[in-house]
Design a protein around this ligand. Structure first.
Ligand code: NAD
Length: 504
């Protein structure tokens, strides 16, 4: 196959160096704003993954022995380098994902929150100590890194999600293998160079590019101790089931169907403004994007839909190079086709189209994967567009008569990533927060993504396994605990054998 000279051939980052792929398999990387192929990424064979794992395994013992303070210094330098290179990193994200520059900046900033937490590694991993638990014995617990661990990331946050998955894993002393999405591999390779420059020893941060074949090796290889996965629910479930069957620790975060409940007492103008950004930002390609609104009562619904209709008409879709656009394209043509199919099916099943974004006007020549904002009203729970996560700018309105009906509906949905309520009633907000079965709950906050020092994760089929992203749980997830009972004998201490079970 001849490679277009303009198309960069990407590599893996193994043992501190960029290395060519050897499998002979590649995947195209697009600039979704232009529809052009900008690079091709090698898809690793099992043998390449094994080489990467062996290098990581060899590097681990020395990194484990480095003091937490010194490891934190490296993470701190990495943070500094991300900040110094933020403009270039924004360009990389925008080119391969299509999101706007402001949005790319936002994702880097949020990602750095998890790096900040990782810099506190010494505090995050300190143990517990109890003196004289009985018989002159002191007991203490200590956290140790697991060894070689893997992170598998989705396309929609090329920097934030990998940072949230890996910063603490590195800081606590593991060797980390990142398998980024094959749709956005350039950001991960860019970060590899920054880790190297920050002084991270070779082999501690690896980027292996690939698809299912690479992931299968990560899931089955005995050296991999833990897997942090973020992506769609079907793949998350597969990763959890297969990874745990190989006795690995697995946290697998899946998709979302995140509703905004709009109470009759809410300020509808402000609520609509909050809805727009949370629902259509990043072309709705966020796991925490608002998928739809559930207005309570006919009057609320009629008014809310009318306000939205007017406001949506003013949204601007286009390439990130135009700084006035509100959001960009979806990631691929297949993704665009899937969103179009979901809209068409919704209409076929009886939903009313309020705003039709299926044929956005961008420019005559643009081949980018654009969709305008679509709003469907009168959606009911039996429709496919209600049941499934739609990863593109088609949002829905589901009408209910009471707060209880809204809560029951949301609780019946198989996904439970994020949810929010807009109201001026403390009592309604309290009831909602108490009764709702969703992992991340907002009250007058449109996208309730926790800050970096709180745990991030959904409930139900939005998360498999006991592990989170961001937050203090990362320090637990990526370490193992030893509990030590220690006694130092004096000359006259009794050491007779005891055959009954010892007690304090
Ligand atoms: P995806 O599940 O298609 O891919 C995620 C990763 O899994 C990629 O690295 C991909 O190469 C790999 N993969 C895909 N199919 C696989 C298979 N059969 N076997 C092994 N590996 C496989 O997800 P995506 O389209 O890249 O990302 C969008 C999805 O991620 C959405 O569903 C979104 O809600 C979800 N997401 C969730 C969160 C969260 O925190 N819960 C955050 C971001 C994105």
């Amino acid at each position: 196959m001849t490679v277009d000279q303009k198309v960069r051939e990407l590599q893996h980052f193994i043992n501190g160096s960029l290395v060519d792929g050897t499998s002979g398999r590649y995947s195209d990387v697009y600039n979704p704003s232009t529809g052009e192929v900008i690079a091709r990424v090698p898809l690793a064979s099992r043998e390449e993954v094994i080489t990467a794992i062996e290098n990581a395994k060899a590097a681990f013992p020395a990194w484990k022995k480095v003091s937490a303070g010194k490891r934190a210094e490296v993470v701190q330098r990495f943070r500094q380098l991300v900040s110094e290179n933020i403009e270039e990193l924004i360009e990389v994200i925008c080119e391969e994902s299509g999101k706007t520059k402001e949005d790319a900046k936002g994702e880097i900033t949020r990602g750095l929150e998890s790096v900040d937490l990782a810099i506190n590694v010494a505090h995050m991993t300190k143990g517990e100590y109890s003196v004289n638990v009985g018989g002159g014995i002191n007991a203490y617990s200590a956290k140790y890194p697991l060894g070689v661990v893997a992170a598998i990331s989705p396309f929609n946050f090329p920097v934030m999600v990998p940072l949230a998955q890996t910063s603490m894993a590195v800081a606590v002393g593991n060797a980390v293998i990142l398998k980024p999405s094959e749709k956005v591999p350039i950001s991960a390779l860019y970060m590899s160079n920054l880790w190297k420059e920050a002084g991270l020893p070779d082999g501690i941060w690896t980027v292996i590019n690939g698809d299912k074949e690479a992931v299968d090796e990560l899931l089955e290889n005995n050296t991999i101790e833990a897997i942090s996965f973020v992506g769609s629910t079907p793949v998350a479930e597969h990763i959890y089931q297969k990874g745990t069957s190989y006795n690995k620790r697995v946290a697998a975060l899946g998709g979302g169907k995140n509703f905004m409940v709009v109470m009759p007492d809410a300020d509808l103008e402000k609520t609509a403004n909050a809805f727009l950004g949370a629902a259509y930002g990043a072309a709705s390609q966020r796991c925490m994007a608002i998928s739809g609104a559930i207005p309570v009562g006919k009057e609320t619904a009629d008014k809310f839909v009318a306000i939205l209709k007017e406001k949506i008409a003013n949204l601007k879709v286009g390439p990130y190079t135009d700084e006035t656009v509100d959001f960009g394209p979806v990631i691929t043509q297949q993704s665009k086709d899937a969103v179009l199919a979901a809209i068409n099916k919704g209409i076929e099943e009886g939903a009313q189209i309020v705003v039709d974004g299926r044929n956005p006007k961008i420019s005559e020549t643009s081949k980018g994967f654009y969709l305008g904002p679509t709003l469907l009203d009168e959606v009911t729970p039996s429709m496919e567009i209600y049941e499934k996560e739609v990863f593109g700018p088609a949002r829905i309105i589901v009408r209910v008569e009471s707060l209880q009906e809204a809560i029951d509906l949301i609780n019946d949905h198989e996904l439970g990533n994020g949810v929010t309520i807009f109201t001026n009633s403390g009592a309604a907000a309290r009831k909602f927060q108490e009764e709702i079965e969703v992992g991340m709950v907002g009250v007058n906050v449109p996208i309730p993504i926790p800050v970096g020092y709180h745990n991030f994760g959904g409930l139900k089929r939005s998360k498999f396994g006991e592990g989170y992203m961001f937050g203090p749980d990362q320090a637990r997830f990526f370490t193992k605990v030893k509990t030590i009972s220690e006694r130092w004998l004096e000359e006259d201490d009794e050491t007779a054998s005891t055959f009954s079970f010892p007690s304090n």
